[in-house]
Design a protein around this ligand. Sequence first.
Ligand code: C2E
Ligand code: CA
Ligand code: CA
Length: 730
Amino acid sequence: MFNLLANINFRVTRLLLNVNIGVRLFTLMGLAAIVALLLAAAGILGLAASKESLRSVYEDRMVPVQQLAEIAKLMLTNRLLLQVALSEVSIGVGADQHPTLVLDRGVAFLAANAIEKNIKTIGSMWHSYMSTPLTPAEIILANRFAKSRGTFIDEALLPAVVSLRTANYEQTKMLSTTAHALYDHAGPALQALNQLHFDMAREAYTHGVKRYENTRLLALGVLGMAILIMSWLGLILTTSIVNPLQQVIAIFKSISSGQYDAPITIEGRDEISKVMLALRNMQTKLGADEAAIHQLAFYDPLTKLANRRLLRDRLQQALSVSTRNHLYGAVLIIDLDNFKSINDTRGHNVGDRLLVETALRIQSCVRQADTVARLGGDEFIIILVDLSPDEANAALQADRAGAKILAAINQPCMLANQLHHSSASIGLCLFFGQNATINDILKRADTAMYQAKSSGRNTLCFYDPQIQASLETHIALESELRNALPNNQFQLYYQIQMDNLDGVLGAEVLLRWEHPQQGLVLPDRFIPMAEETGLILPIGEWVLRTACEQLKLWAADPVTEKFLLSVNVSARQFRQPDFVDVVGRVLAQTGINPQRLKLELTESLVLHNIVDTIDKMKALNRQGIHFSMDDFGTGYSSLAHLTKLPIQQLKIDRSFVRNIVTNHNDAVIVQTIIGMANNLGVAVIAEGVETEEQRACLERFGCLTYQGYLWGKPMPLREFEELALQVSTT
Ligand code: C2E
Ligand code: CA
Ligand code: CA
């Protein structure tokens, strides 16, 4: 039912939208007027009908009653007139000469006249009574009354008129007695007739009242219906105007707030629909205009790259993002070499085409988030964002992007049917946070670009000569790292791990690079490089294999057979799909007891793809290998994650141990870590323990295994074995 109404509503509204509002309003008013007229007519007619009913009660029903009463009265008068005449007597002489009673002639004569007149009146009244519309029942009763009245007149009154005229007392007296009897005889017929008249009058009255009631009910019902229908029509009409108007207002608002994409649907053909149509056209035009203005304001018309204004804006943004994310960014200024000569010799059109081509090539070398701009002429500027948090790495990344751009520009290019070779000079400047202003950065990149030009073109220069130098060493070191493994330049150092009873547990193996020129290189310098280049895979496998071979050798000696070795595993290594296989193969080849081997993982490594990580860890656990969570406390692992991980040891990071005695916060953190480890049933070891105070403090907190300079730095195997022997025997 409700659905049906809603459906009707919807259809009517849709229909209305096709009719002009003026017509709609006019139609509604017309309808209202017609309904009002009909109502008034129905009321007037109904009331007239009921009035007519009530009138007929009186006129059609009561008039005959009155006439009958009149007739009855005249009949009674006649009877009384006889009695009056009989009361005036005198003694006279009769026909037999005997004295006899005689009526007073004067009185008797007058009575006779009156009676005669009354009889006539009764006759004419009866005639008019009978001409009123009577029902069959009334006619039967009327006839019965007419009969007894006729007898009353014919047998008593008419003879009495004769006897009165002759003043005959005896005769008159006898006829008066007859009249009396006949009058009484006519009474019941008259009464029955009257009763019938009254009954019918009451019936007519009841009927009239009922008609009146019906008329009133009908009028009220029609009025109610009319009000309902008119209200509904009014409501629909109003919503059919107000809703679209509200839509119009909303669109105006969105346009005035500078939004030009609000959807405008036009549903009808009325005035508002026409306004909507106009609005839609206006919106489209405004949107296109604004896009054109935006394009002109922020983009270079030739290459569609960002212009100076947008560049400055984006650079400002890049500085904020760098501040927030603690990541380096870089600005590159690219200037085409010898562009002027192309313009001069081959014309501006060819020059423009080269610029467009260059723009496309530069764009293909950078990421979506980076910005490429042209400031006019043949100068392009690039903002690289989200580089490494480490300056050297960031320099490396920027350098790679620059080299890629140089190579792209160096590709020959077809210009007006002629192959053209171009090159560029690139100036590069790193930025970090808000350390420098936009102008500083642009000036520095420009300086670097001129340096590149003056150092022979088709090259890239950093603004900071120090960065330039370290970048070069980095690049050199990277190429040397490739040969370190084949040239046997790696060596494992061992750092002893102890318990609180001065027992030797084993060692963590730490990698060292014996560089032919630079001497011992520490892992912090080359491990990230090895990760980036993928060299960590063979190097990591070599570390693992060397450690396992050492465990194998130790297994033969009762002094060292219980030693454990902890091996650091890098993220790239661990995420290799065949990592579990590689470890399994090394274990099989060396044949050591896997319980002696511990793998150190960092929190960030573990949290990366936690499902896969857990799978791998469990697979290795099943082979008997244990895991230690390295640098624990510096990451952001939540406890929830930690409980899911199959680890056997937490390694408290050395940054907490360093200040454990002096810094209350660090002491609390260490205590929390130890408590957590106890709850999880996981062992703890502290690294970076340098003083006896630190060790004692850790012991007091419940940490009973340690690693640190207090017992020894990482050292070559021989030294470690000597140290271990010495500590064990004391
Ligand atoms: P790590 O795993 O946290 O190793 C502990 C580092 O703390 C070592 O630095 C060690 O020399 C140093 N250390 C030990 N005790 C103390 C102490 O008492 N005080 C202080 N101040 N430092 C102490 P190292 O050997 O330079 O190693 C640096 C990092 O290089 C290691 O941190 C580890 O993440 C990585 N690394 C070292 N060897 C390997 C390896 O074979 N494979 C992988 N993937 N990473 C390695
Ligand atoms: Ca470690
Ligand atoms: Ca560590």
